[in-house]
Structures are given as structure tokens and as C-alpha cells.
Design a protein around this ligand. Structure first.
Ligand SMILES: [Fe+2]
Length: 280
């Protein structure tokens, strides 16, 4: 099983993608552009920012198989952090099995569906071009009121206090790859639908504050996240130096993905957008 991260040489440019929500056609459309958009890269890597689409049952299995097939066809690898809409029971069972079978540490990338898809668990760190990267998935489902526990909602979606402490204890990192947006990055949202539970809005606010506490301790200079379904870039001041914050939009939207040069940390907007999948 080849590893996507060191000891394999660091990539130059990678494709970074926001939420996919198990949208097979959209995911395939993005993956199939990787050979062109990442031409010249020995190892073509997509970094996906959560709400990837780990899901129970036959549809969940079919999605993973279809994504894995597109990756193989495109000779591309996909690394993802978990979002909030994922089947965490499945993800954790796969991780536990992998750790048992491989003897790898608990904080290792977990290969899925043949290995070209790899989950980066919360707190996993790696080095590309002398920068420390930190994966920290998790988020709060604001639409939990319309979902059923352990059927299409899982309580493990939230970063726990223990995970927060562990990540902070492991020290500084240069780049954070997250699903959640830290609370210190202000956004204006439209009024929530009436069926959302106010308790979930409060839970989300608290979770964003938790992410901010981690950021304040880890002091990254770059943070990349999904979840909010908006594409934007902003330089934020949290009191320890500038942080370049990049959010990517959801599947079906123009700003769902972009190219990041991991040597310079400069972004490029791909010219090609799979418009034919835009209705999905
Ligand atoms: Fe999402």
C-alpha cells in the first residue's frame, strides 16, 4: 500500500475540494480533471475537506467504489478529512480494523476502497516542503432535527474535548486542513429554516469556538476548510500573525475546488468547471 504522505516525496500542486456529500457524478467529474489540472505531478493528489460522503448501506458502498474507480482511471489519490455528514461508525470500524491489521499507529491515514481513498483522522500531521500540515475534521449538522441518530446522523461528528486537548498538546502547525470554520472568521448567514433546532445552532457556535481555540494554540499561517458551502479567501488576524483562510464551496458550485501549490501556498482557480454536473 503506497502512502500518500511522507516518506513519499511531497507533491507540488494539489487539487483541493470542498464538500461532495456523496455526489458520485460530481466527484467523478472533478477527479477526471485531475490528470490535466495536475499534469506533471508524479503523484496526483486531491485533498477533500469533509462531507466526503461516507455513508451506510449499498449507496454508500457504491459511492466509494465509483470514486475509487475514477481515481484509478485518473491515476489520482484522494485524502479527506471527515465532515459532519459521514457514517462515523463505519469510518471508525474501518480505522480500528486497519490499525489492528497493519500495526500502524492510531493516527495514520486509513485506506478505504482499495487504498486510493485515504481518511486523515483528526490530529494527523505530516510534512510537505518543511511545513507541518494538520488534519482536523468534524463539524456540527445544523439540520440534525431532520435526521435520525445512527441512521443519517452520528454524534461523533463533533470534535471532542479530548481531541481538542490532544491536538493542542501536539504543538504548532503551519497549515490546518479542517471541515469546520473557526469562530473568529465572521460570516453573515441567511435566516435559518424554521425546522432547524436552535440547540443545533448553539452547538455549532460552540464547535466553531472550539476550532478557534485550537487555531489560537496551533497558530497556523494557512487554514483551509469546507462546511459553510461558500468559496472565499480572507486574511484573518487572531492575534498571532496573519492567517490565510480559504473556504471552498459544495458540490455543484463553481468554487468547489481549486489548485494549491504546496511549495508556495499560492492558489489557482481552474478554468474548467464540470458544468454538465452542475445540476447535481
Ligand atoms: Fe456540507
Amino acid at each position: 500500500m503506497p502512502d500518500p504522505v511522507p516518506p513519499v516525496p511531497a507533491p507540488g500542486r494539489v487539487l483541493v475540494a470542498g464538500d461532495w456529500h456523496g455526489n458520485t457524478r460530481w466527484a467523478q467529474g472533478v477527479i477526471r480533471q485531475a490528470p490535466h489540472l495536475l499534469a506533471g505531478e508524479d503523484r496526483k493528489i486531491i485533498l477533500q475537506l469533509g462531507d466526503f460522503g461516507i455513508w451506510p448501506g449499498i449507496p454508500g458502498g457504491a459511492y466509494l467504489a465509483d470514486v475509487a474507480a475514477a481515481l484509478k482511471e485518473s491515476d489520482t489519490w484522494l485524502l479527506f478529512v471527515d465532515g459532519n455528514h459521514e457514517d462515523f461508525d463505519q469510518l471508525h470500524a474501518t480505522r480500528d480494523q486497519w490499525v489492528r491489521d497493519s500495526g500502524r499507529p492510531l493516527l495514520s491515514p486509513v485506506p478505504l476502497a482499495g487504498g486510493r481513498i485515504q481518511w486523515l483522522p483528526r490530529g494527523y500531521r505530516w510534512t510537505w516542503h518543511e511545513r507541518t500540515w494538520l488534519a482536523l475534521g468534524g463539524g456540527v449538522s445544523l439540520d440534525k432535527a431532520g435526521r435520525i441518530e445512527y441512521y443519517d446522523w452520528w454524534p461523533q461528528e463533533e470534535i471532542t474535548g479530548e481531541q481538542e486537548r490532544d491536538v493542542i498538546a501536539a504543538g504548532a502547525a503551519d497549515v490546518m486542513v479542517t471541515h469546520e470554520c473557526p469562530g473568529g472568521v465572521t460570516h453573515t448567514f441567511p435566516p435559518p429554516p424554521p425546522w432547524w433546532n436552535l440547540a443545533d445552532l448553539a452547538r455549532s457556535d460552540a464547535h466553531r469556538e472550539r476550532m478557534q481555540r485550537v487555531v489560537d494554540a496551533v497558530r497556523p499561517s494557512h487554514l483551509i476548510h469546507g462546511h459553510l458551502h461558500i468559496g472565499y479567501q480572507r486574511t484573518c488576524d487572531f492575534g498571532f500573525g496573519p492567517v490565510r483562510v480559504t473556504g471552498l464551496d459544495m458540490d455543484g458550485q463553481d468554487w468547489n475546488y481549486a489548485i494549491l501549490d504546496t511549495r508556495t501556498m499560492e492558489w489557482e482557480k481552474p478554468q474548467e468547471v464540470p458544468q454538465r454536473y452542475a445540476d447535481w
